[in-house]
Write a protein that binds this ligand. Sequence first.
Ligand code: DPP
Ligand code: ZN
Length: 854
Amino acid sequence: PQVTRLADYRPPAWTVPAIALDFDLDDKATRVTSRLTVERGEGGPLVLDGEGLRLISLSVDGKPLGDGDYSYADDKLTITLNGDSHIVESVVEISPIANTQLMGLYASEGMLCTQCEAEGFRRITFFPDRPDVLSRFTVKMTADKARYPVLLSNGNRVAAGEGKDGRHWAEWEDPFPKPCYLFALVAGDLSALKDEFVTASGRKVELGIWVREADVPRCRHAMDALKSSMRWDEQVYGREYDLDLFNIVAVSDFNFGAMENKGLNIFNSKYILADADTATDLDFDNVAAVVAHEYFHNWTGNRITCRDWFQLSLKEGLTVYRDQEFSADHGSRAVKRIEDVRMLRAVQFQEDSGPLAHPVRPESYMEISNFYTATIYNKGAEVIRMLATLLGADRYRAGCDLYFDRHDGQAVTIEDWVKAHEDANGLDLTQFRRWYAQAGTPRVAVSSRYDAASKSLEIDLAQSTPPTPGQDSKAPFHIPLDVALFGRDSGARLGDPRLIELKDSSATIRLDDVAEPPVLSINRGFSAPIAIDAPQTREELAHLSAHDDDPFARYEALQRLALLTLTDAIRRGDEVADPALVDAVAATLDSGLDPAFIGEAVLLPSEAFIGDQMPTVDPDAIHGVREATRRTLGSQLNDRWWSAYRANRDNRYELNPEAKGRRRLKNVALGYLVADADPKAVSTTFEQFGDADNMTDRLAALGLLTSLEVGEREAALAAFHARYKNDPLVLDKWFATQALSTHPDALDQVIALSRHADFSRTNPNRFRALIGSFGANQPRFHAADGGGYAFLANEVLAVDGLNSQSAARMVQPLTRWRRFGADRAALMRAELERILATPGLSKDVYEVVSKGLA
Ligand code: DPP
Ligand code: ZN
């Protein structure tokens, strides 16, 4: 496959100021007539992208083209044009029902819908499918009225009417020029939850969330989130909505989480539908976060878009940062930060240390779909967060304001974003830019010396970043480190927290007026996305976990204490938990802090994150020691877990941050009691499973039972399936729970589930629920005989011809083979080689697997 490089970027040869589309919709054969107004740009022939299109006719300025007047090969239509401006009209036919890739126009449960980002529009019609060609779209759709009573596209509906043979039509017009990846169309039998929003300047906006009629009552949470997002963007960024309509449609078959098409967002139904019986607290939070994310794209992505796909993080990193802050403002800021950092460490740090590591602004790709990664999204968001930290709120806002003023209506680069912040504030961010260009997670080594005579502390800092593919050596990063000191004896904070900017490879910072011997708290709030190497003792970490006044830092101290304990035990081949850890967990349970925070803080680091700390990952040892530690914590703190459980057991269901926090703590407590094999805990769990008045409690209980070898396990799984078999989103949870189970037979169970009547490879949610979850099941996926690897590889090959994006996503766990011992590494490698040797592999999978083997 061909490699696309940032260095080869050229402005478009032809621009397309306007496009008129006419769809004659039918699920088997849809006819698309498109009329492009093209204008000479850099010059050369007109080259339009087109993939899998059946070309019916082609004309320029009304004159039909014959075979010799154009060429259509390798997904490119080339026409030589002599003038500076022409009308190019094409008629093509496509088949939505045959489209299992779910890119372009496809059918999902009787409706027709589109997904065009990144390169799906070329599967609908001929067009320069690149984000820097902005066009004004008018869209006419004609369809059978009984099957497709609702016809939606971007912008405003300008006309509609009845046609012949039971057909009807609608015409939509989007006043804002946009790249074709933001085009959307929906035709279906849908009902809407409607509402209204009045913008700060008094514009009335009609809001609609379109779903199947039975699902309308499950849209309220999404609608409320949409309205708060609209208000938040006005208040925090000064950005108002700009059309009279804002529509969202929920679809069951969808590759991504959601898509920010102008005025017509299309969502994976997982991120719209929620009610107490079917959605967990986490689902509710995700719905709000994704609704906000897509809404925020209206300014960061749509009004200002990307020049090319190497700039993807320009819109994604920034928009993730915006949705993270939105969520933090609407719940517990500390818990939100803990969750985001946990996800960053679990997914992005792994990516950054493996063969697929790439900078936030990559330099090349084979298949752009493979670059919708945790690095582009989540590390990209961390880079924006660091910028906001370094600038402070006012200067950050001034930089954003200038960015919006300067670039509204344009397709721009990450460089333009950074430049706006420099120009607005008279700054030089040259070194900061390295965060976009260099891959890899920096490590900062920290040591400190207190001098009692001069009451000063010297902190030595040294940064280094490991090599990543194509980048052998790295220049130092500009790293903001939030630092505070706490008295070793008093526990009190000594002076104000301060921001240290580490710019050189190493530096020594001197702090004066330090009244007593201190304990150092560094990278508070995770001010930089790095790993810290600090030779802190367990006593110091326990001290910080009890005294730090930054909740994130407290959480972090307890995590590091747990990590030290666990990695030590693994090294010693021992399973005994350190009493310091037991005491620190007890102290956290007794702290009287927010239950939501306690529930997060007392969880042990994930097996994946523990593995990251080891030179060679030993999944069995990690699982054994971590489980033994959970047992010890469960038994030694038995009374405390029971009282945390009982204190929160009898609450009736409510959805607010306080009630969510109490549910969280209650279920974490139950998890520790079950880990200790307390028989009363198992029966309590089964009771909770049966009696729960909400999905959070029911699923938490099911998850615990599924990993046990007890009779209640089968009973609960059967009851859950019977109750929810007609609800696809809940059935996904049933599959995922079993795929994540640590039951000794989990692999065989997962193989059996892959033959279950309810399993599907064409529905990305279902496929991910079983196969994606299993790939994250560290102890069972890494079964020593390689059975997990072979199963995953078979599934990747089975799905590749249907949906190559699903396949490429699922194959990634195998690419980490170098991190494991020789036996596992050989088995994983062999599966990658088997995949690579398979004829007809998609470009998506080829890229991931070939890089994974390199
Ligand atoms: N642009 C989408 C999102 O991240 C992904 N297709 O919102
Ligand atoms: Zn996005």
